[in-house]
Ligand binder design. Structure first.
Ligand SMILES: C[S@@+](CC[C@H](N)C(=O)[O-])C[C@H]1O[C@@H](n2cnc3c(N)ncnc32)[C@H](O)[C@@H]1O
Length: 146
């Protein structure tokens, strides 16, 4: 818990406001309460390896992946109530709970030699833009995107 507390207390630099919404890096907008385990949203959660790494430090509030088999592995290890099976293309940011952090291990094939280097606009790696769209749609953006 000590590491998580340091993370939550760490950001001192807030980015410039870009629209009318509250600056999501200001401490008063965080969902985290001192002493409580911080929360996160996980995009492209797959079989739950990131959730496994974070399990002692963060509570998953919401997770998503399109793959049924990986969803079964995720659910067996981390629970199914907060897991939403389906394409990120169908996720609306306005439906997501406020959280302390959002993480996305988006597909990397188009960024590698093995994936023909289609790049960040390739059909698979380009899903990162969907993640950014969803975050942008949230009324209260998570202060920490990873
Ligand atoms: C780099 S892997 C993430 C692996 C994950 N961190 C794990 O522990 O298994 C990318 C993930 O994106 C998922 N994915 C691919 N297209 C998707 C889509 N349209 N919507 C949601 N997830 C998708 C894949 O099923 C895959 O699990």
């Amino acid at each position: 818990m000590e590491q998580a507390t340091l993370l939550i207390d760490a950001p001192a630099v807030a980015p410039a406001k870009t629209d009318g919404r509250a600056n999501s890096l200001t401490p008063h907008s965080w969902t985290h309460e001192r002493g409580a385990i911080p929360t996160y949203l996980e995009f492209f959660a797959g079989s739950g390896l990131v959730a496994e790494a974070l399990r002692s430090f963060f509570k998953p509030l919401w997770a998503n992946d399109i793959c049924e088999k990986k969803a079964a592995v995720y659910s067996a290890n981390h629970g199914s109530k907060h897991f939403h099976l389906g394409s990120i293309g169908d996720v609306a940011g306005s439906d997501l709970p406020a959280s302390d952090m959002a993480g996305a291990s988006f597909p990397c094939q188009d960024l590698s030699l093995a994936g023909m280097i289609e790049g960040i606009h390739g059909a698979r790696s380009g899903l990162v833009w969907q993640w950014l769209r969803v975050i942008d749609e949230m009324p209260r953006r998570p202060p920490v995107p990873i």
